[in-house]
Design a protein around this ligand. Sequence first.
Ligand code: CMP
Length: 138
Amino acid sequence: AENRTFTMLKPDAVEKGHIGGILEQINASGFRIVAMKLTQMTKHDAETFYAVHNERPFFGELVEFMTRGPIVAAVLEKENAVEDFRTLIGATNPAEAAEGTIRKKFATSVGENAVHGSDSEENAAIEAAFHFSGREMF
Ligand code: CMP
């Protein structure tokens, strides 16, 4: 069935000028953009968004990284969007990401991995609502 996923092009991808390249690959893979904006997360935003990771050793580094510059936040729709988007972006660690995936092409490290993709439909809805109001999703 059609569903929606939430993505962020992370500060590393934006800094390196990869917005266009990543969006082109997302488009070519059949995702419809239903919401999108350039925004910057505050420390409070990042701590809230990543609250599930707050006990992890990399939490401080993650918050620091995600707040250091603008991101592109977007909601994408497609048949099987959540699962297919995770396949398109590849493994969290770009060193383990499959050939042709967005992380293989654009990511630097396990921390600075270019792009986020929701891990479930439930989290996609929560994450989309974190960044967008109902009026900003089409
Ligand atoms: P993502 O899956 O989008 O959301 C959680 C993020 O935590 C993940 O991307 C990585 O950017 C980051 N992360 C996961 N594991 C590590 C790690 N070992 N060191 C640093 N950052 C990590």
